[in-house]
Design a protein around this ligand. Structure first.
Ligand code: CAA
Length: 287
């Protein structure tokens, strides 16, 4: 196992799933890409084609490499086509009921012995694994956004995850050019345990009028040397995702220091989810 993984399935062709599929294919893996239907999977591949096109324009990739990479990504109708993969990664919306359902679907579709990885950013791997008949082969593989740029993958073992599954996952992440850290299965894992309270605190600061969004972001960028301020980063991640993670931290850790700022909740209620909807804490032109 391990570095032998050469064929993966990615469930979810959005921001994260598309990025995972892109990086895997750039590194020579065969990728089956599924979403709610074939059209959504095709749309995901079209976005990857655009992203690779930008790399060609910048001379970071040759036109032939782009063609070869795209040739390794096959949009499929559903996870029923995942029968042949050695590892499937679920990268759907951060919603516990949805993720539970998808794990059951992947368990039914993938062959015995295949690893089921989830890109969840906050939901318990042990809980998701328990939805399947193969908890030993379930693991967390948490990529960062934007996946092609960010070096890290957090790897999270559930209570039942086997050593073989863990080692194969670490090897796959390395084959994808990623650095790994291993986190315990605890809400938020390592990165979001630190990041989401910071973003949420920036939302409180904005709500309390400490400064404008631009000042809060500039303060963190220039004062702490972060590449992005917390509010613009929240817009990049998706305010719905940030809120979902904050709610998991609050619900599972039970400490009200994790309660989401009202303005974060209201932005989500308004459908102002960040870059992906054209408006979050900032407004974005069509992209
Ligand atoms: N896809 C692919 N490449 C991208 C990209 C994307 N979505 N966005 C930017 N890039 C590339 C650019 O093409 C550029 O590449 P070159 O240097 O080779 O030309 C490079 O990244 C830098 O981009 P830009 O010059 O446009 O902009 P920048 O220097 O401001 O960098 C950034 C953009 C990489 C997003 C940077 O601001 C950054 O690192 N921000 C922090 C991102 C971060 O913290 N991500 C983690 C979020 S937490 C998470 O994902 C976990 C969770 O569960 C919520």
């Amino acid at each position: 196992m391990g570095s032998e993984i050469s064929r993966i399935g990615v469930l979810g062709a959005g921001q994260m799933g598309g990025g995972i599929a892109q990086v895997a294919a750039q590194r020579g893996l065969q990728v089956l890409l599924a979403d709610v239907d074939r059209a959504a999977a095709e749309a995901g591949k079209a976005k990857i084609a655009k992203a690779l096109g930008r790399l060609v324009e910048k001379a970071k990739l040759t036109a032939d490499e782009r063609t070869a990479t795209l040739g390794r990504i096959e949009p499929v109708d559903s996870v029923a086509a995942f029968e042949s993969v050695e590892l499937a990664i679920e990268a759907a919306t951060e919603n516990i009921d949805l993720k539970k359902k998808l794990m059951v679907g992947l368990d039914g579709a993938c062959k015995a012995g295949a690893i089921l990885a989830t890109n969840t950013s906050s939901i318990s791997i042990t809980l998701l694994a328990a939805q399947t008949k193969r908890p030993e082969q379930v693991i967390g593989m948490h990529f960062m956004n934007p996946v092609p740029v960010m070096e890290l993958v957090e790897v999270i073992r559930g209570l039942a995850t086997s050593d073989a599954t863990y080692e194969a996952t670490i090897a796959l992440a390395a084959a994808m050019g990623k650095v790994t850290v291993t986190s315990k299965d605890c809400p938020g894992f390592i990165v979001n345990r630190v990041l989401i309270p910071m973003i949420n605190e920036a939302c409180f600061a904005l709500q309390e009028g400490l400064g404008t969004a631009a000042d809060i972001d500039l303060g963190v960028k220039k004062g702490l040397n972060h590449p992005m301020g917390p509010l613009e980063l929240a817009d990049l991640i998706g305010l719905d995702t940030c809120l979902a993670i904050a709610d998991v931290l609050l619900g599972q850790l039970g400490d009200d220091k994790y309660r989401a700022a009202n303005n974060l909740r209201m932005h989500v209620a308004a459908g102002w989810l960040g870059r992906k909807t054209g408006r979050g804490f900032y407004e974005y032109g069509s992209r």
